[in-house]
Design a protein. Structure first.
Length: 127
């Protein structure tokens, strides 16, 4: 079994519980779910889905960049949203970040997210 490496950057919000921003293991980086929280203020980037999802993707980018990775390294994402009617909006924003290599993806509507968030994204990247 390979050694696990905890990944943490101040460019993304700190974990709000007993988990890591990301873990590197066996040639992959597993990024915990990212909310649309601005790491500078600790508050949501906005109350709407667009601003929250854009910030969540910026947080994901910061974590990937801390290990010299980018969106082209991502092989799988899972998007959790509280309103599936906003799926086309999610696709529009997502396409601004994932342009070259399109990872496998799941999108799941759920009733609630931590801190009352509207959207969350987690990812697995290959190193």
């Amino acid at each position: 079994m390979s050694k696990l490496k905890v990944i943490s950057t101040k460019s993304a919000p700190a974990a709000v519980g007993p988990y890591s921003q990301a873990i590197m293991a066996n040639g992959f980086v597993f990024v915990s779910g990212q909310l649309g929280i601005d790491p500078k203020t600790g508050n949501f980037a906005g109350e709407d889905t667009r601003s929250q999802f854009d910030q969540a993707l910026q947080n994901l980018k910061s974590i990937l960049n801390s290990e010299n990775l980018d969106f082209d390294s991502v092989v799988k994402t899972t998007v959790f949203l509280t309103d599936m009617s906003e799926f086309s909006l999610i696709n529009e924003i997502y396409a601004n970040y994932f342009q070259t290599t399109l990872p496998a993806r799941s999108a799941i509507e759920i009733s609630k997210l931590p801190k009352g968030a509207r959207v969350e994204i987690e990812a697995i990247a290959s190193i």
